[in-house]
Write a protein that binds this ligand. Structure first.
Ligand SMILES: [Zn+2]
Length: 167
């Protein structure tokens, strides 16, 4: 049986490529604390990602890492987020517009943090689950067997897991 969350939270994996590009020419000079080439609606969630890292003693600077972010229609059915790589946009987060428009604050946070998990932290999918079948990582694919529980009570532990270095 599929729940609405399961149906909604299918996420695309990394799209990989390789190339060289003059990043500074593309992005221009940057001001600290701003996010060039990130849609305004995404910026609070980018800031939150940096703040959650800082609260755990980690320094994350998404602008310095040339992470870009856009809200637009993702044509693939049921895919709500992507981290993609191309020669002139090396770490691009895309969030599906129809999803974004109906999502709650925590649902938006979840998908943005998942894609930054790929694009910034270079994490791959992790389908780990507990004995009840609940996903133990924000980096679950959405197509695996585990079930998402992302709420005010669970988010801190899941964000901790997100930033924990994997061997
Ligand atoms: Zn993913």
């Amino acid at each position: 049986m599929k729940t609405k969350m399961r149906r909604t939270w299918l996420l695309a994996g990394l799209v990989l490529g390789s190339c060289q590009v003059e990043l500074d020419n593309f992005f221009g000079k940057q001001n600290p604390g701003t996010y060039p080439n990130v849609d305004e609606a995404l910026r609070p969630y980018f800031q939150r990602f940096e703040a959650e890292a800082a609260a755990r003693g980690l320094t994350v600077d998404l602008a310095d890492a040339y992470i870009t972010g856009y809200i637009s229609d993702i044509p693939e059915n049921q895919v709500i987020g992507q981290c993609s790589y191309s020669s002139n946009d090396p770490h691009r987060v895309t969030i599906d517009k129809p999803f974004w428009n109906q999502a709650s604050d925590l649902e938006r946070e979840f998908v943005v943090f998942h894609e930054l998990g790929h694009c910034y932290l270079a994490r791959v999918h992790d389908e780990s689950m507990d004995a009840r079948g609940i996903c133990l990582s924000i980096m679950r694919s959405g197509t695996g067997a585990c079930r998402d529980v992302y709420n005010a009570a669970s988010r801190s532990g899941l964000i901790q897991e997100l930033f924990t270095e994997k061997d």
